[in-house]
Write a protein that binds this ligand. Structure first.
Ligand SMILES: Cc1cc2nc3c(=O)[nH]c(=O)nc-3n(C[C@H](O)[C@H](O)[C@H](O)COP(=O)(O)O)c2cc1C
Length: 356
């Protein structure tokens, strides 16, 4: 069986196309359901969700479709070095005042239990589980497998892909450096893990036996067919769905995405404390000037949450984390199902044009 067909039969989808999980706002049950209804694999980004929210969102997907869908979470990461919060509080104080918020306070360590999230996922009716920032414990991997969920792990390098496969995962997402959102890096340095999709995918394909899904900068049939030519079984697209009707990004975020230029993004720790690619804006630039004063993940994420929530309500894109990939300008507006249909048709057109 060819790699794309093998992936479709594993995921039980019509097309080897995954809508990336996008935690923190963009992912919605409607987006996941519409992508699944259109023949792809819709995903819920539940990294910041409680077990109750995971179950509630899953019920909302199920109310819309019986088709398979996936749920994604973040792996536990080691604590970063302690950082004096003074300079970050100083940076945020005038911004809070501007947004009508009380002065910022030193954040407490967020409490989140990956185990509790996985318990909820096991009861959610999801057919696929994916993870980034690392891997769950062997016991958690086994439980997900016994429950019949397809396990999908994120890799930024060949070493990480081998580790994902060796841990019992059935699919590797090879995330190139073009990708929007957080880097998945869990072995070695973030900087050296910045391998472009074009370079990463064939090396990962050569290194593992499980199907490889290419992610990073894929926005249309050209990118999809290019990924296939590199040996990928399928593609995972995040930014391509950011401006869709069902995406939960606020209007100012969607407008920034479709107006972006190829050089508009940067990789930053400004919003969460972990490197992620997003559209550069006022807060990103100001925090980057602080360098090592940015707190570690997840403290920086907790510290900037109030600002991000208020900025989203006020439509202030300059203070939001605008996660997006390097090909953001190619994002299309409209219903997510229409975007899936267009992607499928465009890939078919590109394949035919290469044969003529
Ligand atoms: C807004 C946004 C949020 C994201 N959130 C997550 C997430 O919660 N979990 C995850 O595994 N990947 C997340 N990603 C990364 C995607 O899984 C994927 O690697 C990326 O979207 C691929 O590159 P592209 O954005 O150019 O399509 C996110 C990406 C974006 C754009």
């Amino acid at each position: 069986m060819r790699a794309p067909a093998r992936l479709c039969s594993l995921l039980r989808t019509e097309y080897p196309l995954v809508a990336a999980p996008m935690a923190g706002g963009p992912s919605t049950p409607a987006l996941a359901a519409e992508v699944s209804r259109a023949g792809g694999l819709g995903f819920l980004g539940c990294a910041y969700s409680t077990p109750e929210q995971i179950l509630e969102w899953s019920r909302e997907v199920r109310a819309r479709t019986d088709r398979p869908f996936g749920i994604n979470v973040f792996a536990d990461v080691p604590d970063g070095p302690p950082v004096d919060p003074g300079p970050m509080l100083e940076l945020l104080r005038p911004i809070h005042a501007e947004l009508g918020l009380p002065p910022p306070e030193v954040p407490g360590m967020p409490t989140r239990s990956l185990d509790a999230q996985i318990e909820a996922i096991l009861q959610s009716g999801a057919s696929a589980f994916s993870i980034t920032f690392g891997l769950p414990s062997a016991a958690q991997v086994a439980r997900l497998g016994h429950a019949g969920l397809v396990r999908i792990g994120t890799a930024n390098t060949v070493d990480e892909a081998r580790r994902v496969e060796a841990s019992g995962f059935e699919v590797v997402v090879a995330q190139g450096s073009e990708a929007g959102g957080h880097r998945g890096t869990f072995i070695g340095s973030f900087e050296r893990g910045l391998v472009g999709t074009m370079a990463l995918v064939p090396q990962v394909v050569d290194a593992v036996k499980v199907p490889v899904v290419a992610a990073g900068g894929i926005m249309d049939g050209r990118g999809w067919v290019a990924a296939e030519a590199l040996g990928a079984a399928g593609v995972q697209l995040g930014t391509a769905f950011l401006a869709s009707d069902e995406c939960g990004a606020v209007p100012a975020y969607k407008e920034a995405v479709v107006a972006a230029t190829d050089d508009a993004t940067a990789i930053t720790r400004a919003f969460s404390g972990r490197p992620a690619r997003g559209l550069a804006n006022r807060f990103l630039d100001a925090a980057e000037l602080q360098g090592e004063n940015i707190l570690s993940y997840p403290l920086q994420n907790a510290l900037t949450r109030q600002m991000r929530t208020a900025a989203a309500r006020a439509g202030r894109a300059e203070l939001l984390s605008l996660w997006a990939g390097q090909a953001a300008r190619l994002a299309r507006r409209g219903p997510a199902a229409e975007i899936v249909r267009w992607l499928v048709a465009d890939a078919t057109r590109v394949r035919a044009s290469l044969q003529s």
